[in-house]
Design a protein around this ligand. Structure first.
Ligand code: UDP
Length: 426
């Protein structure tokens, strides 16, 4: 239980020319009063999904800014992760509520993990619902506790909100991607709204030449001379891979050579993943132009990068989506993006200006067809989207938001540095 995660080293200075001097100067000033502060990140997995993706960069960059930062992953048997997936689904609006037995399993594993927490921290950042109840048994280990929510809480099942609310109330601050995610429940701590970010220098997002990308993609049996549509995401019903297959079939009716890649890793805290992976494979019905790949096919970060670079359009057809890092990842590579009109995707795509927002398989297909019919226009839109990502969704901006919050909680004067609370954003 409570495994420490090794994240390696990163240097903030490497990002200077990508984000500009103003932000870099601000980061220096914000970091100064926080030197040596101890920070603990608690999350459910170090592999697969957005939280892991963010922490592998944010933790080393916070360290480079002078803070003493750890990241630990909570432990549990399958029964625990089955329950936390049910909680995740209920928070995203699934009609299935939670049983008392499930709630008890959730409490039990949170208590066990809390018992292993050693040391004293200035700030404890708890990511998502899985470890949210650790605070009950470990409050004294941290001066300030912050709950960081990464999921789409816009239409939650009330049973999940009722289960978690008593723990949420114990935190000193909470952070959500969008204002409509803040649960309508009494007594929440001050809730801030800020989006996550991608790492432009990570192997997932670093510049990869079209030649190298084609060389990589060719190794998966894909014909790089024919159009490729790609969705990169966990095998999860909320990501709607079956809808993506429907859309691909409609596109193929018009452009018969079109291929589809569904690239999805299996997160350790996602026991549903395999079932849904099998359902997706069955739905593809042995179509030789549909490629369903995962980390088991050696699709790591560089390969995801290559898929995004080579694709005619990158799809993220989610029905619920906390943020959807894959959208910013694709826009950063100036690829045309077709996204579901859901949650955090709305923050990243300006419909018709930087990409396409869709509500159905047919809408998704029509957007892909528009991209294939006029690739120059689609690319111009994606380039505009890339500049949005540079301003709003790169990691130094996320680091800034955290440093402002730490300073506020510590009572330090942060001058004009702003953060948006949910009240201000409404
Ligand atoms: N990802 C990956 N390989 C995969 C599937 C996903 O590297 O096979 C990455 C993806 O590139 C992104 C993250 O996992 O960085 C998923 O984050 P997102 O916010 O899109 O969704 P989440 O999984 O957090 O719901």
């Amino acid at each position: 239980m409570l495994q420490p995660i090794n994240v390696g080293h990163k240097s903030l200075a490497d990002y200077a020319t990508l984000v500009g001097p103003t932000l870099m100067g601000e980061l220096g000033a914000l970091a100064e009063p926080l030197r040596g502060r101890r920070v603990l990140n608690l999350s459910a997995t170090a592999f697969g999904g957005g939280v892991a993706e963010i922490n592998y960069t944010l933790v080393p960059l916070m360290r480079d800014a002078g803070l003493d930062v750890e990241w630990r992953v909570i432990g549990g048997q399958d029964e625990f992760f089955e329950v936390t997936k049910a909680i995740h689904n209920a928070l995203q609006g699934s009609p299935e509520g939670l049983t008392d037995a499930q709630a008890e399993i959730y409490r039990l594993y949170n208590r066990r993990n809390a018992a292993e927490l050693e040391g004293e921290y200035d700030f404890v950042i708890v990511h998502d619902p899985q470890p949210a109840a650790v605070i009950e048994h470990a409050r004294a280990s941290g001066r300030h506790w912050i709950w960081r929510c990464h999921i789409d809480l816009s239409t939650p099942n009330p049973s999940a909100v009722d289960l978690l609310a008593p723990w949420w109330r114990a935190y000193d601050a909470a952070i959500f991607h969008r204002p409509e995610y803040v649960p309508a429940t009494e007594g929440l701590p001050t809730s801030y709204i800020w989006p996550p970010a991608i790492d432009p220098l990570a192997p997932k997002n670093m510049a990869l030449s079209p030649e190298d990308a084609r060389y990589i993609i060719d190794q998966f049996g894909i014909d790089v001379d024919r159009p490729l549509l790609t969705q990169v995401s966990r095998f999860d019903p909320w990501k709607d891979p079956l809808g993506v297959i429907d859309a691909y079939r409609l596109v193929r009716d018009v452009y018969p050579g079109t291929q589809l890649a569904l690239v999805g890793s299996m997160a350790h805290d996602d026991p549903e993943g395999w079932d849904f992976y099998n359902q997706t494979v069955a739905y593809a019905d042995e179509d030789p132009d549909v490629f369903i790949l995962s980390n088991l096919n050696n699709v790591g970060s560089v390969e995801v990068n290559a898929f995004q670079v080579v694709s005619a359009a990158v799809i993220q057809k989610s029905i619920r989506e906390g943020f959807g890092l894959t959208v910013s990842e694709a826009l950063w590579k100036a690829r045309p993006v077709v996204g579901g009109r859901a949650g955090g995707i709305l923050s990243q795509i300006r419909d018709g200006e930087t990409g396409y927002l869709v509500d159905s398989a047919r809408g998704c297909a029509e957007a892909c067809l528009a991209v294939l019919a006029d690739p120059d226009r689609a690319r111009a839109m994606a380039l505009a989207g890339k500049e949005d990502v540079r301003r709003r969704f790169l990691m130094p901006r996320l680091l800034r938001d955290w440093l402002v919050l730490f300073n506020r909680l510590d009572g330090n004067d942060v001058g004009a540095a702003e953060l948006t609370t949910v009240e201000e954003s409404r």
